[in-house]
Design a protein around this ligand. Sequence first.
Ligand code: SF4
Length: 434
Amino acid sequence: MIQEDVVCSFCGCLCDDIRVETNDEGIVKAKGACRLGSSKILGHGPGHGRISKPMIRQDGELVEVEYQVAYDRAARILKAAKRPLLYGWASTVCEAHEEGVLLAEEVGAVIDSTATVCHGPSVIGVEEKGLAGATLGQVKNRADLILFWGCNPAEAHPRHMRRYSSNSTGRFTPEGRKGRTVIVIDVRETRTARLADRFIRIDPGTDYQVISALRLILAGKAEILGDEVCGISKGKLVDLVDILKKARFGAIFFGLGLTHSRGRYKNIDCALSLTAELNAHTKFMIMPMRGHYNVAGIGQVMAWEGGYPMSVDYSRGAPYFNPGETAACDLLARREADAALIIAADPASNFPRSIVEALAEIPVIQIDPYENPTTLLADVVIPCAIAGVEVEGTAYRMDGLPLRMRKVIEPVHPSDEEILKEIRESARRLPDDH
Ligand code: SF4
């Protein structure tokens, strides 16, 4: 059987033109997907590290149990905790996110997403400054200048350049790559940089100074600058501003190279300001290169449910948000979280070592289709269907466009949404002082 226009559930590009071929064994082909997308779409069988049965830890060993036993154990852990943390959410659909917020309210938890360790500073920067945004469709159809800052789509988002940005052809961009100027600013010469017309290498941690210099030049105050800014000649920066001003429609894409270098959310604040100021001369937009396929979606759901896009504390009975205090790593670093539910994420691989050690000291519930290093820390492991392959639902592309994910094959396991609902119902049945 062939299914057309399937949405890929790997990265924030959410390519919605994948042709999936299935037979009695499952998915056999994912035509059009890049290597990252193919590995996700084809990786649904038991040979891909799928967890087959729910498990709970007894005497140090994980032993298989029925789903209801795992739900009840998870509910008891969360209900008994004084400061439970619900973390992850980037690789599941918005219907599961909604259940997550309800569970956070039920047990008085802090709910946080993987954005806290990736584009969290971008989210804060956008809250401070606002975002001159656009859709990827507008970029494809209109942009004649693409600037990649601190990101490497050629390797991290393999179809971004061909489908949406530098190499795509659109209604007003029929020449594709030939009709576009592509600029890369980064601390090293990445594969994307080698494909660009112009590569500007900057010293690590100098993004803020370089963006500020560009803003000064744009404001007509270049004389304030010395001959060099952080190792880049003033002439080169003046040239760059000239190129940016001459664009008909410019698009700036930024990645963790900008978000996580010195300055963090202030870098983003500065880049958003530069974009807003460029709009006094021509049309410009800016967009974070979101990684996991629905990390943008959990931000949307948390914002519409509780008013804040991440790190939301429901322990007071009303949502409270203060990154630096309520982010997952903050709670764990202070040894404040005393239980954690991890869903659609692998913090044992991504958190700093000291934070992973803190996670290892508390009861951990894992909901995931696959075994990963977090499984080694978990006290309750609940296998789920793969959202976006075995479960339909909504996901938000990196530009904020919601897309409907398809169910391509029948699942063996319950969905994240069903599992969370069962845990919440089990928690509701427990007395408050159990
Ligand atoms: S670029 Fe991203 S969304 Fe598109 S096919 Fe590759 S992994 Fe999937």
